[in-house]
Structure formats: C-alpha cells, structure tokens
Design a protein around this ligand. Structure first.
Ligand code: ATP
Length: 375
C-alpha cells in the first residue's frame, strides 16, 4: 500500500521531520482575471483563492465561463487581463508545462495509442523524473486509483469509469500543486457518476490534493466541496460552504440554482423577518426595512390547524417525502415533509419556519434571468 501521507500534495516539512498540510496558505490566487473572445466577454474581472488542501468547486450554468477560467489557470488560454498566482508566484505568462498544475478534462484526453501504464508515466518522463522515483510514484497512483489489473490495456479497452480513473492517475502522478477537474463525471451514467463521486472524495482525502473542480451539477458540488464558488455570465455570484449557500444564499440566482425554493418578501426588524402570512423567521444578521428571503421547501413546518392561513392544494407522494403546494391568499408555497403522516389535499395548515435565514442582497449588475418560483 502506498503511504497516503507521503503522497499528499502540497506538503510542508516540519522541523522534526513530521509532515503536515498547511491549511492557511493560498495555493492559488486568481486576481482580476478576465477574458474576451471576438464578440464574447467570457470572463469579467474575476478573483478567487483556493487554500492548500481545499476542495473548491466552481458551479454555474453552461457558458458562464467555468472552463475558460480553468484553461487560464492551466495556461492553455491567455487571459485578457489579471494575474494568476500559484503559491504566491506569478504564473500568468508561464507555458502550461512549466506550471505545477494538472488538469483532467471531461473527455479524459488519454493518448489512444499508449497503454494505461504509458499514459500514466508520460508526464513523469516529460519532467525527466529519475527512473526509480517514476516506479515508486507509478505504484502509488495505480494502487490509489485501483488500476492494478488494467495497466497493460489500451484506453480503447476500458470503460468510461476506468478511463476516468486513468486520467486522474495521470494527473495525480506528477504531484501537482493544484489539481483541476473540468466536469470529469459528465460523460458517465447516473449510477457510475455517484460511485466515482465517492471515489473522488476518498481519493481527495488520501492525497490531500488542492483541487479546483468544475461542474454545472449542484448536487455534485454540494456533496463534494469544502467550498463552492457560484458563477453566472462570466462573473462570481457568491461563494461559501455548501450548506450555507443552500440554506442561506445571499443572491437570488444562487437560491434558485440550488433547487426548489420559495422567494418570500419580508419586513425586517432587527434580527427578525416578519413573514407575509404572520409569524416571523430569525435572521443570521440584523437589518431593517423590506427585503426577500429564500425558504427551502423542507424548512417550512406544516401543522394541521383549522384557523391556519394555508390550505394544501396539492400533495404528491415521492416515497420518503410528500411534496406539497400550500396556498396562502394568492401566494403558492412549496413544502416537503416526511411521508409517514401525510396531509390530505384541502387540509388547512399553519406554516412556520425554524431555520435562521439571510436576507437576499440586491442583484449583481448583469445577473438577470433568475425566475421567481413562488409568488
Ligand atoms: P460549459 O459548462 O457548457 O462547458 P462553461 O461555463 O465552461 O460552459 P466556457 O466554455 O468557459 O463556459 O465559455 C464561456 C463563454 O465563452 C461562452 O459564451 C463560450 O461560447 C465563449 N467561448 C469559449 N471559448 C471560446 C472561443 N475559443 N472563442 C469564442 N468564444 C468562446
């Protein structure tokens, strides 16, 4: 078995020979990077950082500039402006082979005429890594990626999932300061995606590699990431831990992009937001005036109440859950509850919220097109 600690990427040696990953340092800093193609502003000036050992996901719809950003970090695409720093060193104009960065593409881009072993060893040979060291690292990644029985095959003789593991092994073997993954699961069927998602996470835990992952799949982003950076129309919308972006988004676009929600107008008084149908919800920070909040369907607590303001107008059995539509006046809310004691259509209910929320901020300029789910 390889020594996972020894294999960690981005290790710092402590004085007494004990190794530890620094968690504070920034491995990557993207500073005001922009990109204009003829007739397209693919990226507005964009800044982001990734700490050593962090798994950060860039999440956004097709065409928002995710791949352009990754290609600029790799050096395949030249930015129109801004700087890219790796461990504090300006690499903006270095060619790709002189950056300590490895990328796995959606298509895997394996060399079809080479065996799995030669694909994995290619980067080490290019870097003129001594033979003994090549053998050692090869054995490590082959074991970590579960490729022991496949090394003599050609990529044509592999399934999609196996090719994906070879592409990962080829990237990991060079022990890059930064691992970039550009939608590496999107060509696979749903079941394999789920399995490989778990494998990727296990791999990340074992190697400690600083990783920047790109996807348009919010469940993939939420399940894998330490932090998510949400992008739209060539700019960063907001970033944060998966749970806080999901439960307490600051931007309407984020609220809607992460799945079903209710956008509800509120009147704010200190740390309480008054709901339009009565009652209030706690805010994570104090404010005043009028605003909007995002309430996830599972955050609405329904209780049968003959004098309650809501009426169940639709109930859809989904197995573990029942999805409800609740009418309050002319407003329709989505709610979701466990299916053990379902409410019948026509039941009058009270609607309360126990989870603290954030006020949605004013839209960023240019961030249009987000549709309101609930009225
Ligand atoms: P997807 O998820 O579909 O891969 P993305 O978020 O990765 O999308 P990019 O590939 O970065 O988006 O593209 C951002 C914008 O830049 C798009 O409008 C795209 O059409 C445009 N674009 C990308 N590459 C080029 C190019 N070489 N020439 C002109 N326009 C380009």
């Amino acid at each position: 078995m390889p020594d996972p600690v020894e294999f960690r990427v981005g290790l710092k040696k402590k004085k007494r020979g004990v190794t530890a990953v620094t968690t504070q340092a920034h491995e990557l800093d993207v500073v005001d990077v922009s990109k204009a193609f003829v007739g397209t502003r693919a990226l507005l000036p964009t800044s982001l950082s990734v700490k050593t050992g962090e798994f950060v996901t860039i999440l956004g719809p097709s065409g928002c500039g995710k791949s352009t950003l990754l290609r600029i970090i790799t050096g395949i695409t030249e930015p129109s402006g801004g700087r890219v720093l790796l461990r504090g060193k300006d690499i903006t104009h270095l060619p790709p082979e002189r950056r300590d960065v490895a990328i796995v593409f959606q298509s895997y881009a394996l060399f079809p005429h080479m065996s799995v072993a030669d694909n994995i060893l290619f980067g080490l040979k290019m870097k003129r890594v001594p033979k003994e060291e090549r053998k050692r690292r090869f054995a490590q990644v082959v074991a970590i990626c579960g490729l022991e029985n496949l090394v003599t095959r050609s990529p044509r003789q592999l399934s999609g999932g196996q090719q994906q593991r070879v592409a990962l092994a080829r990237a990991l073997v060079v022990q890059p300061a930064l691992l970039l993954l550009d939608e590496p699961l999107s060509n696979l069927d749903a079941k394999l995606r789920e399995t490989l998602r778990e494998e990727l996470m296990a791999l990340h835990r074992r190697t400690g590699s600083t990783t920047l992952y790109v996807t348009h799949d919010q469940s993939e982003a939420m399940s894998m990431s330490d932090r998510i950076i949400v992008m739209k129309d060539g700019q960063v919308v907001e970033s944060g831990a998966p749970r806080s972006l999901y439960m307490r988004p600051r931007q309407r676009f984020t609220a809607l992009f992460f799945g079903h929600t209710n956008i509800v107008p509120v009147k704010v008084d200190g740390s309480q937001a008054r709901l339009p149908w009565g009652g209030s919800v706690a805010l994570v920070e104090k404010s005043s005036g009028c605003g909007e909040i995002s309430l996830r369907p599972e955050c609405l607590t329904l209780a049968a109440d003959a004098t309650g303001p809501g009426v169940i107008t639709a109930a859809t059995f989904m197995g573990a859950d029942v999805h409800y539509t609740v009418r309050i006046g002319d407003r329709l809310l989505r709610a979701r509850h466990g299916s053990t004691a379902p409410f019948a259509e026509g039941t009058r209910v009270s609607v309360t919220v126990d989870t603290p929320v954030s006020l949605l901020a004013a839209e960023l300029p240019g961030l249009t097109g987000a549709t309101t789910e609930a009225q």
